[in-house]
Write a protein that binds this ligand. Structure first.
Ligand SMILES: Cc1cc2nc3c(=O)[nH]c(=O)nc-3n(C[C@H](O)[C@H](O)[C@H](O)COP(=O)(O)O)c2cc1C
Length: 455
């Protein structure tokens, strides 16, 4: 029988931990977000459907993006015990200059459409955090204004080669004059991917006021007030456009761009050149031959070719084969600091975040981007400590096993092994995965069938 008694005030007092309520609603909202998924939920509530879907969506059936995220979930970390991890350093040099975190802000188009503070919010937050900010050719803030928002930090300019070469090179010139240190040349957009959500929503620039958008606006007044009471949308690099996004992209992108064009662009740029959108080892090697400073393994956040290779799965082999000659960066699917740490362990020098940044922006403008960076930074440092490492240099492939769900079918491996060199990718995968060794320490083997398709 439990003996009961009357509760005494002096026993209750230590349990009473009432805090002064946070009066700033935005701060309250953002502080309550503990993960990027939490920020996404806030963003969704506060952003009109067409703009949210433009950000969140991917191409066709959105399989590339789902697989890329799944690949990050399908890993096993291997920690070491009894290491002194009282200090941890999350920075190192990327493209010859320091970064405070192993991730930066990826270039995104139409950013002020998601939330009116747009690129300026991203550039300020990047400046505070000591990480690079990349401005898109399709950005909604001028090259010079972004530089002014991040005057002492690192600004990267992302170039789409347009049909109108003079106009593209005029942009490159402006970015060089403004002091951008890196040109990110995006090469996975010979034509626009099929963003079906945008088509279904009739997403246009600027947004059209239809009955549907007005009804959708009612519960999201702050977005509309911001939109209507700040500078109208203008673009980093192009004149006003009114039409659908797909039409705009198809008018601009040049499907004839090739390696020679890239060499020509590289010759015009005084700083570092990184090619974004690399999706196989052969192309990575050709780029090394061209002397680029870095490559970004990326499928554009799943927004171009659907069912494209998973960049994180390409990483180990590409890093192993070309990592000594060029920096290997990675994006697509990153939703946590642990994803970033896994990428560094498997050979990436740097990673970039697209939607994770935009969810923060939509959830709370500049303070929301700060929150994204804070969440990811805490996760990076905590994951490193739990793995038993003090510095990024200590991360190695032994810390991560990629577990695979999707493997090439057996008959294809045989066919691919006999095929022309250009079609050998699956065979290469097979031979590597058959002998998949987890290098470095500590080594913990996963069950045989679960060992990574380490391409
Ligand atoms: C809304 C949105 C707009 C984008 N616009 C561009 C762009 O203008 N240029 C570019 O090179 N990549 C663009 N990207 C791709 C990102 O730079 C990056 O590759 C991708 O977002 C990474 O995947 P993640 O969103 O899963 O992090 C865009 C991505 C999103 C989500």
């Amino acid at each position: 029988m439990v003996q009961r008694r009357i509760p005494r005030i002096k026993d209750l007092a230590p349990l009473m931990k009432f805090k002064a309520p946070e009066l700033n609603a935005k701060k309250r909202r953002l502080d309550a977000a503990l993960t990027i998924a939490d920020l996404r939920a806030i963003a969704k509530r506060r952003t009109p459907k067409a703009a949210f879907d433009y950000t969140e969506g991917a191409a066709e059936a959105e399989i590339s993006l789902g697989r890329a995220r799944q690949a990050f979930e399908d890993i096993e970390f291997h920690p070491s015990i009894l290491r002194d991890v009282s200090t941890v350093s999350t920075g190192w040099d990327v493209l010859g200059a320091p970064v405070a975190q192993p991730f930066g802000i990826a270039p995104t188009g139409f950013t002020r459409m998601m939330q009116t503070e747009g690129e300026i919010a991203g550039a300020h937050a990047a400046a505070r955090a000591g990480i690079p900010f990349a401005l898109s050719t399709m950005g909604t803030t001028s090259i010079e204004d972004v530089k002014a928002a991040n005057p002492n930090g690192r600004n990267w300019f992302q170039l789409y080669m347009w049909k109108d070469r003079d106009r593209s090179m005029a942009l490159v010139d402006r970015a060089a004059k403004a002091g951008y240190d890196t040109l990110l040349v995006t090469v996975d957009v010979p034509v626009a991917g099929a963003r079906l959500r945008d088509k279904r929503n009739g997403f246009s620039i600027p947004p059209a006021l239809t009955l549907g958008t007005v009804v959708n606006a009612l519960p999201r007044p702050e977005w509309w007030i911001n939109f209507l009471t700040t500078e109208p949308l203008s673009f980093a690099s192009l004149d006003r456009w009114s039409g659908t996004v797909a039409d705009l992209l198809d008018t601009m992108f040049d499907p004839t761009v090739d390696f020679e064009d890239l060499a020509w662009i590289k010759a015009q740029w005084p700083g570092k050149v990184v090619v974004k959108g690399v999706q196989n080892l052969d192309d990575a090697k050709r780029l090394v031959d061209l002397g680029v400073d870095g490559i970004t393994l990326s499928n554009h956040g799943g927004r171009q070719l659907d069912r494209a290779p998973i960049p994180f799965h390409l990483l180990p082999q590409v890093a192993r084969e070309v990592g000594a000659h060029t920096e290997v960066h990675l994006d697509t699917g990153i939703m946590s600091g642990a994803d970033v740490v896994a990428s560094i362990a498997l050979g990436a020098r740097f990673t970039m975040i697209g939607r994770a940044y935009l969810y923060g922006l939509m959830a709370g403008g500049e303070a929301g981007v700060d929150r994204t960076i804070a969440i990811l930074s805490e996760q990076v440092a905590r994951t490193m400590r739990l793995l038993g490492v003090n510095a990024l240099e200590e991360l190695n492939p032994g810390h991560v096993t990629q577990l695979s769900r999707l493997q090439p079918v057996a008959s294809q491996l045989v066919a691919a092994a006999e095929a022309a060199p250009a079609r050998k990718t699956p065979a290469r995968r097979a031979s590597v995965s058959a002998s998949a060794t987890v290098t470095g320490t500590p080594v913990k083997r996963a069950p045989k069938e679960a060992i990574a398709e380490q391409p």
